[in-house]
Design a protein around this ligand. Structure first.
Ligand code: HEM
Length: 489
């Protein structure tokens, strides 16, 4: 009691802030010394103890965050029990903090369930530490500008196979897009050629990605609120999450190691194609310790984890936009006809000469970004921004949706209008600078993704007309604009 009183007094004096976890008994005390205690950034009023827990939006949260931005401004603060959540609603705030102060804004929030399932070791989930650096170096090198042209033939080949497949059976467009985008990533990462949509080498990875979505869903797993539950014995009632985690972990282990071992064997036999894993293995000339090898396995896995759903989302947004805007589609096709002609298909090398196609892609990214709330960052220490205190361990969410619909930057933001960029790359970069995230955690696959997306979009535009189905009266059926919720929509 005395210590609580002392803590309260010290806080009131604004010198020391003490966080005390209290469940009837004093269980933990943590002392953190800050400069003079500042207020938190504004945010919705919460309740005692649980604070804003019940106000945290579960469904399409970026829309609610955007509405809060209108009331509270660029930086919004919430608390859920003892967690602090900070939402960044403007490009300026995201750049000031996530780019400008990246040394302390580059952690990821912990997720105990995802950790138990084995996902915590993957690049996108890792804390900002030595293991992250190791994996990031491998991935950043594989997708660095000098490496990208080497991937163009694979990206173009798969884009063409996708279009052939769609023409044969348009109703399977979703599964075909998934297979062909996976095929690009598997080939570039492991030199592996996907045999079809049932190829276990990719279906295992899809299962893992589904499990990941389940395991990282906020608010679902009690162990995420009470991490000590992870030590429950497996026989105890209420511990079924441990068995789920064990099952997920086995599937993930198999999914990550199988393509890696396949590639390693080809390297040893001298028959491996050039790929991320093959190049890394040959650099080490077979002298890798177990830690280096696991870093490579996890780094390689992040290609499909980061690249599949994001690319699919983007391609489907493109198709939806073209269905709704036939004149824009026709204008892009005319550009392709005049630049590429009809004797050959467009290639990624044509990108500089097709500014309107590039504008359509930038507008697709802006209109419905694949990851509208980015990936959350976590703050390593107390930090003051514009006289507000952002507390240590805050979960920092960049509201990419809002940034890309800022009417100051993009007038009439709800409209799909590629002309807004006036064919200028400097204008389009305002979108890509935000779309792929921030600071040291910004997407390492962004330029590679842009190649795949350009190849698919240009090939579709050059060879197909995207038109709606018609109903029994011959009226076009225009699909609604509806997206799933989650990290990738
Ligand atoms: C349109 C396609 C894509 C979009 C919109 C996208 C977007 C993003 C975003 C917003 C982040 C979080 C950045 C941050 O924390 O601030 C991210 C991270 C990441 N992306 Fe992408 N991405 C795309 C494609 C790809 C591709 C093709 C790959 C790999 C081949 C990839 C691999 C990754 C990885 C590994 C991370 C985690 C980086 C880290 O935590 O250090 N992404 N991406």
């Amino acid at each position: 009691m005395l210590s609580l009183l002392a803590a309260g007094l010290a806080c009131a004096m604004g010198i020391v802030s003490i966080h005390v976890l209290h469940n009837g008994l004093l269980i933990t005390g943590m002392l953190s010394v800050t400069r003079r205690r500042q207020p938190y950034p504004p945010g919705p009023r919460g309740w005692p103890v649980i604070r804003n827990l019940l106000q945290l939006p579960q469904d399409h949260p970026w829309l609610v965050y955007s509405a809060w931005a209108d009331t509270y401004g660029d930086v919004v603060h919430l608390e859920a029990l003892s967690d602090h959540i900070v939402i960044l609603n403007s490009v300026q705030a995201a750049k000031d903090l996530l780019d400008g102060r990246s040394a302390i804004y580059s952690d990821r929030p912990a997720s105990t369930m995802a950790d138990l399932c084995g996902f915590g070791v993957e690049l996108g989930m890792l804390s900002y530490n030595a293991e992250w650096r190791k994996q990031r170096k491998i991935v950043a090198h594989a997708f660095s500008p000098g490496m990208l042209t080497g991937y163009h033939p694979v990206q173009e080949h798969e884009a063409r196979r996708l279009v052939q497949g769609i023409m044969r059976s348009p109703e399977t467009i979703i599964s075909q897009t998934k297979t062909r985008i996976s095929a690009i990533i598997m080939r570039v990462t492991y030199g592996y050629t996907v045999t079809g949509e049932d190829d276990p080498m990719i279906t295992m990875q899809f299962a893992t990605m589904d499990n990941f979505s389940l395991a990282s869903e906020p608010g679902v797993w009690m162990v995420d609120f009470i991490p000590q539950l992870r030590y429950l014995p497996q026989w105890m009632p209420g511990s079924s999450f441990l068995r789920t985690a064990e099952r997920f972990r086995q599937i993930e282990h198999e999914a990550c190691w199988a393509p890696y071992l396949w590639c390693k064997q080809r390297v040893q036999e001298g028959s491996a194609e050039k790929s991320l894993v093959a190049s890394a293995l040959s650099q080490f000339e077979g002298k890798m310790d177990y830690e280096e090898e696991t870093a490579l396995v996890w780094a390689a896995t992040s290609g499909l984890g980061g690249g599949l759903d994001t690319n699919m989302s983007t391609i489907f947004t493109f198709l939806l936009a073209m269905l709704r805007h036939p004149r824009i589609q026709a204008k892009a096709q005319a550009e392709i006809d005049s630049v590429v002609g009809s004797d050959r298909l467009p290639s990624i090398a044509d990108r500089p000469s097709l500014p309107y196609v590039r504008s359509i892609i930038a507008e697709v990214y802006r209109w419905h970004p694949a990851a509208p709330q980015g990936l959350p960052h976590a703050l390593r220490q107390d930090n003051i921004y514009k006289d507000y205190l952002l507390p240590k361990s805050s979960i920092v969410i960049p509201n990419i949706w809002r940034m890309l619909r800022d009417p100051e930057l993009f007038p009439q933001p709800d409209e799909f209008r590629p002309e807004r960029f006036e064919n200028r790359d400097s204008e389009m970069r305002k979108v890509t600078d935000v779309l792929f995230g921030f600071g040291r955690r910004a997407c390492p696959g962004s330029q590679f993704a842009e190649g795949s997306i350009f190849a698919i979009v240009a090939t579709i535009l050059a060879t197909c007309s995207i038109i709606p189905k018609v109903d029994e009266q011959g009226q076009p059926i225009i699909p609604d604009i509806e997206y799933t919720s989650g990290i990738i929509v």
